[in-house]
Design a protein around this ligand. Structure first.
Ligand code: FAD
Length: 467
């Protein structure tokens, strides 16, 4: 028997916690978890804004009405986590032109019908491609729109396209793989309804519920000695019989196996050095997959000047510049009287907004609101802008499957290299991008290690991992 633990888990986000729980449930209790920040949950992250709990990261749950139960939704139900049905059905009545005038309902409905048609056409085509397992036949979402002779062209059509696509994948349709995006698994598995979490415990109440089932807690705080905070892993040295992990503050940990759970964005950066260098097939799999950026900008006002009541939850702003302060949501259902609005930007706009002072972003958002609601509206008194792309522990928000990325490459993304195992939302072949994908990925990776510990042969064993 060795004096060092069986497994080091790097990262205490949803996937790392779910991997550690799976080890625990299978009687491997000598693991340690090294987390760079001072909290668990990673990209599931509540924060206080103007006296209310809002989510900088994951916000929506699926799973109330579909054929399968989403484990995230089941836990939310169990702990009575407050969540609210998001009603997008009336946006055709609340869509504004660049100069602030309203579009007619008919115009917006026509643009939505175009997007629906493209999605239906694309889904059928994707199903044909997927049935054809021999080849990696695929095209971009944009190419499928063209094949359907319905490429969005007007700025209104392009805004609705942004809402349908960039608003989900946080990248433009020209980047995304048709076959791996449609049909959207969260909807086909769990149902169409999207439920917005607004609860003082936050979406992270779900991660804590999982963590509490196997880690020791004192007064709602994890105090298990196996979980170590503020441990920024910078080096992973893997050998035939062990793995050594080094942190920024000079700590050295040794184990039989390591599970690497930080985001794809972190793996694409230079934060963690692998010794020896990871093989080219692995580095290519990491470099060629994609992570997008999705930013909810929260604004607090002294009073409400936007319409409230049924059918007013969302409004759209259509600007010639794709996705410019496009998708707006009010929190009157969730937090009556909070006078909070938030606007979602993505991709290049997110990168731009992250790198400019908050005051500049506030002025841009105010200019949009003044166009829509008039010059007399009050100035926002507070603003909060998450910066997932600049944060060296994330470098993005969730992954997207780019066109041209094959199933074989994705297997390489998930595959271990010697004693180094990989997990995280990006390693789930269907539910990549989502919290439940991270949860299932953690279980799969832990099971791979359990199989290896028992001397079993992994599914990767016979795989040709050459390029
Ligand atoms: P992470 O949460 O990133 O966990 C990795 C952990 O590793 C983190 O705690 C990080 O701090 C740590 N770490 C990083 N580097 C190091 C290092 N060098 N050393 C030690 N530790 C390190 N999902 C949904 O289901 N519904 C949604 O509505 C939704 N919306 C989203 C909106 C936004 C803005 C964001 C950011 C995400 C959203 N997601 C949503 C996605 C969901 O949050 C993620 O898929 C999921 O939380 C990822 O979990 P993970 O364990 O794979 O990664």
């Amino acid at each position: 028997a060795s004096s060092y633990p069986s497994v080091i888990v790097i990262g205490a986000g949803m996937s790392g916690i779910s991997a550690a729980k799976t080890l625990h449930d299978n009687n491997i209790k000598d693991f340690i978890i090294l987390e760079a920040t001072n909290r668990i949950s990673g990209r599931i992250h509540k924060t206080e804004f103007a006296g209310y709990t809002v989510e900088k990261g994951a916000n929506w749950l699926h799973g109330a009405e579909g054929p399968e139960k989403n484990p995230m939704y089941e836990i939310a139900e169990k702990i009575n986590l407050k969540n609210f049905y998001s009603d997008f059905s009336n946006v055709s009545l609340n869509t504004y032109k660049q100069n602030g005038e309203k579009y007619s309902m008919e115009e917006v409905e026509a643009a939505i019908a175009l997007a629906d048609d493209n999605e239906e056409f694309g889904t059928k085509l994707a199903e044909q491609f997927s049935a054809n397992t021999k080849e990696d036949d695929d095209m971009s979402l944009l190419a499928a729109q063209r094949l359907n002779k319905k490429e969005p062209k007007t700025i209104l059509e392009r805004m609705v396209d942004f809402y349908f696509n960039d608003g989900e994948q946080a990248e433009a349709p020209r980047v995304s793989s048709l076959k791996h995006i449609l049909p959207r698994p969260e909807f086909s598995l769990y149902g169409d309804g999207e439920y917005f979490v607004a609860d003082p415990r936050g979406f992270e109440g779900i991660t804590h519920t999982i963590a509490k089932s196997f880690l020791s807690y004192t007064n709602h705080t994890v105090t298990d000695p196996r979980l170590m905070f503020n441990q920024v892993v910078t080096e992973i040295e893997y050998k035939r019989r062990s793995v050594t992990v080094k942190t920024e503050d000079g700590n050295v940990y040794k184990a039989k196996y390591v599970i690497v759970s930080p985001s794809l964005g972190v793996l694409q950066s230079d934060l963690i050095t692998f010794t020896p260098e990871l093989p080219l097939w692995k580095r290519r799999a990491i470099s060629e997959f994609s992570i997008g950026i999705y930013t909810k900008i929260f604004l607090k006002f002294p009073y409400k000047f936007w319409p409230t009541g049924p059918g007013t939850e969302f409004f759209f702003y259509v600007h010639a510049r794709r996705g410019y302060y496009a998708i707006w949501q009010q929190l009157e259902n969730e937090y009556p009287g909070s006078n909070i609005l938030f606007v979602t930007v993505a991709d290049e706009e997110s990168k731009r907004v992250e790198q400019q002072p908050d005051e500049v972003t506030k002025a841009e958002a105010m200019e949009v609101l003044r166009k829509i609601f008039g010059e007399d509206i009050p100035e926002a008194t507070d603003i909060m802008i998450p910066r997932w792309y600049s944060d060296r522990f994330y470098r993005g928000t969730f992954t997207n499957w780019p066109v041209g990325y094959t199933n074989k490459k994705h297997k390489n993304l998930r595959a271990p290299v010697g004693r180094v195992f990989f997990t995280g939302e990006h390693t789930h072949p269907e539910l990549f991008g989502y919290a439940d994908g991270a949860y299932f990925a953690g279980i799969t990776t832990a099971n791979d290690i359990l199989a290896r510990l028992k001397g079993g042969i992994l599914p990767w064993h016979n795989q040709d991992m050459k390029l």
